[in-house]
Design a protein around this ligand. Structure first.
Ligand code: ADE
Length: 417
């Protein structure tokens, strides 16, 4: 079996982590039990470009239980958990992922994953879809559908579809409520702070914490930082979201203003050049910068390296930059996704929802392959509801049920004041 991992001897540690994740992903494990019996993915080849974590291991294990052949690579050079990759390789998966891969190796690994000629692609950031459309178009004939896990990826796919460039159907898993209302909000909120704490052990209470971007992820980060006692400032380009940030109790201002005030900065916008040299020059001594957006373009790290007089590694995942104005700023995880570069990504409990969606969407693609045309599709509502209901069950929370009279009331319009 083919694989490329850091050290296969790390497999035992990875296996224990995967088992721990399985215990915290009851919905996905329930799907796995059904898949084992029904084999809905029999004969299906799946290429997955996802963060190689213990949670992803539970997903690919479930897809395999359903009869799929899965090849996996990382969707970020710094997010791979090498012991998990080793455990997957030992368990017979085609896995091509090494933490800290160069750009060249990253694309070699991605291409190795595509060499299985997939029927389905699973993306977190649209890199597989991009490679198939631009460099490996010979693979298009086999593909019946794809899935996209993250906001940034979905934005790209919609742009491709708008220009008529998207050549196969893709389900926007990110956009379904059981994904973005939980993974983006609770997952990013908790794991971003986890990454900052692991890299710095800084006290958040009383600090000025600047969050750039107030989408679901930004809301989660701002809320959690406030919960830890930080004074939160939000920067935002969307007037409605900015107004929500204001009414949620946060200060709203431009980055030019916030740059002078912040102790900690987190970018989570999905856009590039959010923090640039003009902001670095304004920052206070000791300011800490982290990015929690998908790509490492939000903080202009190249620009920071150019202006810096000196760069030192202070500890794992923390660099200190000496600026020409005599001040110093700290950058976590090279400006890559802080929650995966400096911590372990979202917790298993929240990934249970996102990855249950992905597992079920794989089956949905197989069942409906003939009726789909190229384009971006939503996750069916009944699938989303089913995942939420099962999660509630595993949490011991009971749903209220409408009486026939209430159902009639909601379906009618005659009853008024
Ligand atoms: N994205 C964010 N957190 C993740 C995790 N734990 N596993 C896979 N993808 C993720």
């Amino acid at each position: 079996m083919k694989y490329s991992v850091k050290d296969i001897k790390m497999a035992d540690s990875g296996k224990r982590k995967i088992e721990f994740a399985q215990e915290h992903m009851p919905v996905l494990m329930k799907i796995r039990e059904r898949y084992k019996k029904e084999l809905p993915l029999k004969g299906i080849r799946i290429s997955a470009c996802l963060h190689v974590t213990k949670e992803t291991a539970v997903l690919v294990g479930t897809l395999r239980a359903g009869g799929a052949h899965v090849a996996l690579c990382a969707s970020n050079p710094l997010s791979t958990q090498d012991d998990v990759a080793a455990a997957l390789a030992q368990d017979g998966f085609e896995v091509f992922a090494v933490r800290g891969a160069t750009n060249e190796d990253y694309y070699k690994q991605l291409n190795a994953t595509l060499d299985i000629a997939p029927h389905i692609t699973l993306d977190d950031g649209a890199d597989l879809i991009n490679a198939i459309h631009t460099k490996r178009s010979e693979l298009l004939k086999n593909v019946i559908g794809g899935q996209e896990e993250t906001t940034t990826g979905v934005i790209r796919l919609r742009a491709m579809a708008k220009e008529g460039q998207l050549k196969y159907p893709v389900i926007a898993v990110n956009d379904t409520p059981t994904k973005h209302m939980f993974d983006n909000y609770y997952g990013t909120g908790a794991s971003t702070l986890d990454g900052i704490m692991r890299a710095t052990n800084i006290l958040l209470a009383g600090k000025v914490f600047v969050v750039a971007g107030y989408g679901f992820c930004g809301k989660g980060v701002a809320n959690r930082a406030q919960g830890m006692g930080a004074k939160v400032i939000v920067t935002e380009i969307d007037p409605v979201e900015a107004l929500r940030a204001h009414m949620d109790g946060f200060s709203v201002m431009t980055m030019n203003e916030a740059a002078k005030l912040g102790d900690i900065f987190v970018t989570v916008t999905g856009c590039k050049d959010v923090l640039t040299p003009k902001h670095f020059e304004l920052m206070k001594e000791g300011a800490i910068l982290a990015n929690s957006g998908h790509f490492d373009v939000e903080i202009d790290v190249k620009g920071l390296r150019i202006i810096a007089k000196k760069v030192e590694l202070v500890r794992d995942n923390l660099e200190k930059y000496s600026l020409p104005n005599g001040r110093h700023i700290y950058l976590i995880g090279e400006g890559r996704l802080v929650n995966l570069a400096a911590a372990e990504g979202h917790s298993s409990e929240v990934m249970d929802l996102s990855f249950s969606d992905q597992a079920l969407v794989s089956e949905h693609i197989v069942k409906n392959a003939k009726s789909f045309k190229p384009g971006v599709y939503e996750v069916p509502k009944d699938l989303d509801d089913w995942v939420a209901k099962l999660k509630l069950e595993t949490l011991g929370a009971d749903l209220e049920v409408l009486t026939p009279g209430q159902r009639k009331y909601l379906d009618s319009w005659q009853e008024g004041t």
